[in-house]
Design a protein around this ligand. Structure first.
Ligand code: DI6
Ligand code: FE
Length: 413
């Protein structure tokens, strides 16, 4: 008797990236069956039961990986900061520009002035560029509104992008990203407003899946971040944190103390911070785009992370100020070249570990029975090529929740 399923992919080599498989979890001559958008069967074709499928894809030996996860982006914002880039090239630093009222705050002005429709329109090519890299799950943060109205507008734009595209969008509230000009330098009063007005409004509207903050000299202190996390806990929302990007304020340990999903950036994290993260199951999200674009020289301690076994994820950090990056595959190459990650670590970091950084490890991030059928099909001879090449994208097909898009068809729904 044959089992009838919606879709079969066969004649494929599969890097399942399944939990516990240290080395890609390779299946040669693999077959995947999907039913109702979920993976119903995966394994070697020789062991497969007899399937009948409505849609049959013969992949002629191509590679399948899990659909990629970009677990840290600021994709929605108004305007751009190309002129600030020029200033930096003439010698101004990111922190100097920020302290002089440019930087994040200039994007806040543009984002407040943009309509919801403009925000969606401007974010769409950025989203589609990442989707063309095989991204099937993306996190999008607020944080360029810094008031109730605009934070909500940003999160609504993120949710609208999900409606218009075949992609899973997780939203994160980042009201504690920077101090808005009207706060007049009173960061404690602003944090109170984040906790008592912005966060409750966002939570009541059901617009956030998590809460984030920028714990940094040019952002908010460890103590102020703690207040934000306590408010997140009251609203039952998990936390993540921009931690130790430009200095060490103990943010990684703080995120771990609150059972954080992830601590992100981590150029300056120390061993106690890493140990705390391991104990709490907090994922280390590394953002090579920002490191590269800010011409940072303080490399995140990947060796220490590896030694302690903290799961590492990579993300684009797509944002106008420190990482105007439209490719997640590029982050793989950068992480290997700049931080000595291995190609298998890099692929794990944008699949299973990226999913864990969003609390979605049971839903996506590996090719396993029961998970969403999120796949990327590649014209490559080995998965290490995904890390090896620079700006060369060999995506053949993208599958989200069982829905197939071909690269040549424009990849939009
Ligand atoms: N760290 C970053 O790298 C981004 N936000 C943050 O807290 C930069 C955001 C920007 O410069 O617009
Ligand atoms: Fe960021």
């Amino acid at each position: 008797m044959a089992f009838l399923v919606d879709t079969i992919w066969r004649n494929a080599r599969i890097a399942t990236m399944s939990a516990g498989s240290r080395n890609y979890g390779i299946i040669e001559d693999g077959l995947i069956a999907a039913q109702d958008g979920r993976i119903a069967w995966v394994g070697a074709a020789s062991e497969a039961p007899q399937f009948d499928a409505i849609h049959l894809h013969d992949l002629q030996g191509r590679w399948i990986t899990p659909g990629l996860v970009d677990c840290h982006t600021h994709l929605v914002y108004g305007g751009n900061r190309a002129l600030e880039f020029e200033q930096r090239l003439q010698g101004a630093t990111y922190e100097e520009i920020s302290r002089a009222g440019g930087g994040i705050v200039s994007t806040v002005r543009e984002t407040r002035n943009a309509t919801l429709e403009m925000l969606i329109y401007q974010a769409t090519p950025r989203l589609e560029s990442l989707m063309a890299d095989g991204v099937t799950t993306i996190e999008i943060k607020s944080g360029y509104g810094l008031n109730v109205e605009t934070e909500i507008k940003m999160l609504e734009a993120a949710r609208a992008l999900a409606e218009d595209h075949n992609i899973r969008v997780q939203t994160t509230f980042l009201g504690a990203h920077a101090l808005p000009p009207e706060a007049d330098g009173d960061s404690d009063a602003y944090i109170q407003q984040v906790c008592e007005e912005q966060l409750p409004a966002v939570a009541a509207a059901g617009l956030a899946d998590a809460v984030d903050a920028f714990c940094e000299g040019i952002g908010f202190s460890n103590d102020q971040t703690r207040r934000v996390f306590e408010a997140a806990r009251v609203h039952g929302l998990p936390v993540k944190l921009h931690a130790e990007q430009l200095s060490n304020l103990g943010g990684a340990a703080l995120a771990a103390e609150f059972g954080g999903l992830s601590a992100d950036h981590l150029e300056y994290v120390d061993e106690p911070g890493i140990e705390a993260m391991v104990k709490a199951g907090t994922v280390a999200v590394i953002l090579p785009g920002a490191f590269y674009f800010l011409r940072d020289t303080h490399v995140p301690p990947v060796d220490l992370m590896r030694k302690h076994g903290v799961p590492m994820a990579l993300a684009s950090d797509s944002n106008p100020g420190s990482s105007p990056m439209g490719s997640l595959l590029l982050a793989l190459n950068m992480a290997c070249t700049l931080f000595h990650m291995t190609p298998v670590e890099a692929l794990a970091s944008v699949t299973c570990n990226g999913a864990a950084a969003l609390g979605l490890q049971d839903e996506t991030g590996s090719v396993e029975v029961g998970k969403a059928c999120d796949l990327a099909v590649w014209d490559i001879e080995h998965p290490a090529e995904l890390s090896y090449t620079i700006g060369l994208n060999r995506l053949h097909m993208r599958v989200w929740n069982g829905l197939v898009e071909y690269k040549t068809s424009g990849l939009t729904s």
